[in-house]
Design a protein around this ligand. Structure first.
Ligand code: GLA
Length: 393
């Protein structure tokens, strides 16, 4: 018994020391946009500049979406004579420093992508054995964020070892560069992710084989949401579980209903996921903007307590998710799993609230008033009700 206690304390102490060594860039989940879902690897300077402009004009930047991230496909097919990666000159004629300056001038941050193997997942040059050079190159361009994948040949090295190499190389540049671990084939990265990174993917791509234009339904995000369950305690305060990008307004073969897309946004906020857009922000409908710029829900994701929420209950019909907030209130999501609309009920005793509670509906932007014992709401099929609940003493 005694031995176990000492061992636990020892292991806990070790992981605390390791965590403390990695300097996070910010304590809140990152918010921004990534090029992979809208453009696959067909990215170029013009598209990215238009995206940066659209982020400002649409109000996304001011709502908190500050990152513009170039995913796979930005690099030239080979390294230069000094062994450095550089942007494909046909698609990025002015180079990456120019693009970084353009993005920065609009009050945004710029992110980039590479892989720990010899090639990226789409077959471009990866960073294996070039970690220091690449980290210095990125810092020199003014890059603020690196998504680091796990594709390509790596001569028997483990992903953990190689991601650690890149993390150290980035920190050694002295430039604060946010680091995302993307090991889509592993569900275990949360066990060590916080030692070396700001965030880590908790599982597979939310839409797989995108070039084959698969049908995208609520099941895509529901599968990825389930990969976060049980990992909540590994995240918080500057380290985040990442169930992959938002597929609200996903641009190809999107079969989700409006209510299903609201549901993904709500659940991503409750688990404190990074809010990374996967749509073409240059052409968004008012309805899409109403989801992505729901300030009350963004505030739940970004709450100052920086503690992810968790699933409290799941059965055939519904799920209840709860996140504790800094001001003592709770954000609650009631998710209707059924193929028909239904009335869902939250019993306050299930969330430890015994007296009266005050409720605000975060989609209706409406105070609902005081309730005792329970709260019921009509919820669309695969949709949610999202409320903020405060106990009244
Ligand atoms: C992997 C990642 C995706 C994307 C592609 C790019 O599949 O999980 O998010 O970055 O690689 O090739």
């Amino acid at each position: 018994m005694k031995k176990t206690v000492i061992l636990v304390a020892f292991v806990a102490g070790l992981s605390f020391t390791a965590k403390a060594q990695y300097k996070v860039v910010t304590t809140r989940p990152p918010m921004g946009w990534m090029s992979w879902f809208p453009f696959i690897d067909k990215i170029d300077e013009k598209k990215i500049m238009e995206v940066a402009d659209a982020m400002v004009k649409s109000g996304l930047r001011d709502a908190g979406y500050k990152l513009v991230q170039l995913d796979d496909g930005w690099m030239a097919a080979n390294r230069d004579a000094q062994g450095r990666q550089y942007a494909d000159t046909a698609r990025f004629p002015h180079g990456m420093k120019f693009l970084a300056d353009y993005v920065h001038a609009r009050g945004l941050k710029i992110g980039i992508y590479s892989s720990n193997g010899m090639k990226t997942c789409a077959g471009y040059p990866g960073s294996y054995d070039h970690e220091e050079t690449d980290a210095k190159t990125y810092a020199g361009w003014g890059i603020d964020y690196l998504k680091y994948d796990a594709c390509g040949e790596k001569e028997k090295h483990t992903d953990r070892e190689l991601h650690t190499r890149m993390s150290k190389a980035l920190q050694a540049t002295g430039r604060p560069i946010m680091f995302e671990i993307c090991i889509f084939s592993s569900g275990e990265t949360h066990l060590w992710g916080a030692e070396i990174a700001d965030m880590w993917r908790t599982g597979g791509d939310i839409v797989k084989f995108i070039e084959r234009t698969p049908e995208v339904t609520y099941k895509n995000w529901y599968t990825n949401l389930n990969q976060v369950v049980g990992k909540e305690n590994y995240a918080g305060n500057g380290h985040w579980n990442d169930p992959d990008n938002l597929i609200v307004d996903y641009p190809r073969n999107n079969k989700q209903t409006y209510e299903e897309q609201k549901a993904q946004f709500s659940l991503w906020a409750v688990v404190s996921a990074p809010l990374i857009l996967g749509n073409d922000v240059r052409s968004m409908s008012g309805a899409t903007k109403a989801i992505l710029m729901n300030k009350e829900i963004i505030a739940i994701d970004q709450d100052a307590a920086t503690t992810p929420g968790a699933r409290l209950l799941t059965d055939d019909k519904r799920e209840i998710w709860v996140k504790r907030l800094k001001d003592g209130s709770k954000a609650i999501v009631l998710f209707n799993k059924q193929d028909t609309d239904a009335t869902l009920t939250l019993n306050f005793k299930d969330i430890g609230a015994v007296e009266k509670v005050k409720i605000r509906d975060l989609w209706a932007h409406q105070d609902k008033g005081l309730f005792s014992r329970s709260y019921s709401a009509k919820v669309a099929s695969h949709g949610v009700t999202m409320i903020k609940l405060k106990e009244v003493k």
